[in-house]
Design a protein around this ligand. Structure first.
Ligand code: TNX
Length: 515
């Protein structure tokens, strides 16, 4: 007949995969205390209790929604009050409790107790509950089938850095909303809490701006390599922001200036110093015309309008104005430009964010610079941090996910200007040792950028990000004292089947002992 049996008659039964141990978590938790005498087994009667109001309830609904399709369990979500003498220490089932956690968990940490009767996650804030749920997911078998046991014991966990970021360049190659949302889910599994969207560049302008229709009519019409382009309407951008919020991820929007401004220049003749708009550039960086016209008043009217709309659409605290790779402007012009832009961002109630070069030009107090290149500016970046600038570490030689893994790998994807970056290289660095003279207390975190000059699809993004993104996520989350390649590579190996179950096609790096 047409319907072949799923398992051929006489085939050996599939081996039941071993349940993960309590230590098998990426990023490594701060402290893990296994109790081998007990374990919790999820079953058809398991209930999800949430205590702490609507925000705890949302995390409970999210968890149940993740588990229901494969387990076929009902997993009802019941609210329970956060405190009160009658609330048992551990409710039977999975309990997500806001309040009563160890003070060390802070805003994003959690504690997890796994016993014979259930798993309880406690946190001070909803983001902590959400992060605890990411840990719980990794403690369940990747396939979410077979016996669903969670190893017994106790975890106490909180991040080393408040900012763990991934950057996605949707300018060079546009990615539709659904793909961005999938990437948000991908990064949230590793407790990455910021998605930096590179929304504009020479090859494309990807956000609709009211009053400037050519930005999307022309500026979004193509991309790197001359593809079809695309853009987000403001409603779609809001949808991405809301989806990210539901995953406790903050969107950091970047409008790159004063260079990498070519798509805007191509869209409006008046923005060009010579009053002539050329075509949208579709080649590789650098583009022939990239710097905006610093001497024209319309430039600042345009920027004020754009930044105002982006700020209004974005609840997160950061507004990223790029500031990288100046082509023709003098240092004086660049500095004068940034001195005009910084107060605009402040007036919009946002924190100024930009690439490392920006810290050479702006008053460092209150500004955040993303360090990426060793071009001689790194000493100035270190000095700026001593004067109060905040740093995000994205050193290109370790964190640039668009670099190849090895010569010719992958064959038709990725660049090599910052070298090849193996998984071990992506894991082999410490944020405090990157920028000479950097003030350790002003390092806010790490980021893994993914430029899409050669990257065309979500599958491409995932093949480059996995397995390197979890390496950088661990550097951002886990205590430096736990940094250990042998431990990491073993824990990373256990993620492979998870990615397969989630439909993520990853690079099976030879240095990882995949199961
Ligand atoms: C450098 S990193 C760039 C990007 C390119 C990338 C390609 C940075 C701030 N600028 O414009 O896409 O190289 O790897």
């Amino acid at each position: 007949g047409l319907l072949a049996p799923a398992v051929p008659a006489g085939a050996a039964p599939r081996p039941v995969p071993a349940a993960p141990t309590l230590q098998q978590v990426v990023p490594a938790p701060v402290s893990v205390t296994p109790d081998p005498a007990v374990r919790y087994r999820l079953g058809p009667d398991t209930v999800v209790f949430t205590a702490g109001g609507a925000e705890a309830r949302e995390v409970g609904d999210y968890l149940a929604g993740l588990l229901r399709p494969s387990t076929r369990f009902r997993l009802p979500v019941f609210p329970a009050p956060a405190s009160g003498p009658w609330v048992p220490k551990t409710l039977p089932g999975i309990s997500l409790v806001l309040g009563g956690a160890d003070a060390r968990v802070g805003d994003e940490g959690y504690q997890l107790d796994s016993t014979a009767t259930g798993v309880t996650i406690r946190a001070a804030k909803p983001a902590g509950l959400f992060n605890g749920v990411q840990t719980l997911r990794q403690l369940l078998p990747a396939s979410l089938s077979g016996p669903l046991t969670v190893a017994g014991g106790h975890i106490l966990d909180y991040p080393r850095y408040a900012y763990r970021g991934a950057m996605l360049d949707v300018a060079r190659h546009f990615l539709p909303v659904a793909d961005v949302e999938k990437y948000i889910d991908d990064i949230a599994l590793y407790k990455v809490n910021n998605l930096h969207l590179h929304l504009t560049d020479d090859q494309g302008w990807r956000l609709q701006i009211d009053g400037w229709p050519n930005l999307t009519a022309k500026g979004a019409s193509t991309g790197s390599g001359g593809g079809p382009g695309g853009f987000y309407t403001q409603a779609q951008y809001r949808e991405i922001v809301a989806y990210a919020e539901s995953r406790h991820v903050t969107i950091v929007p970047e409008i790159d200036m004063p260079s990498h401004f070519g798509a805007a220049l191509a869209s409006y003749a008046e923005l060009n110093c010579d009053g002539v708009a050329g075509p949208v550039y579709t080649g590789l960086t650098p583009a022939p015309r990239s710097d905006l016209c610093v001497g024209k008043p319309v430039t600042y009217r345009f920027i004020r309008d754009v930044l105002g709309q982006v700020a209004a659409l974005t609840p997160g605290g950061y507004l990223d104005v790029g500031g990288d790779e100046i082509q023709d402007l003098t240092d004086e012009q660049y500095t004068a430009f940034m001195k005009k832009i910084a107060p605009m961002v402040a007036a919009l109630g946002k924190k100024l964010f930009g690439w490392g070069e920006m810290l050479t030009a702006t008053p460092p107090q209150g500004a955040t610079g993303e360090f990426w290149i060793y071009d001689g500016t790194q000493n100035e970046v270190g000095q700026a941090s001593q004067q109060g600038a905040k740093l995000i570490m994205a050193p290109c030689v370790y964190t640039y996910l668009d670099m190849k893994y090895a010569p010719g790998v992958p064959a038709s994807l990725g660049l090599e200007w910052a070298g090849d970056i193996s998984v071990q290289a992506a894991y082999g660095w410490d944020p405090t040792a990157v920028v000479p003279g950097a003030s350790a207390s002003n390092i806010d975190g790490v980021e893994a950028p993914l430029w899409t000059d050669t990257v065309r699809s979500l599958d491409d993004v995932r093949y480059l990000a996995f397995p390197r993104l979890p390496a950088i996520a661990e550097i951002g989350w886990s205590p430096q004292a736990s940094h250990d390649w042998t431990s990491f590579s073993a824990r990373l190996a256990a993620q492979g089947p998870r990615w397969t179950a989630l439909g993520v096609k990853y690079y099976p790096a030879p240095e990882i002992p995949w199961p």
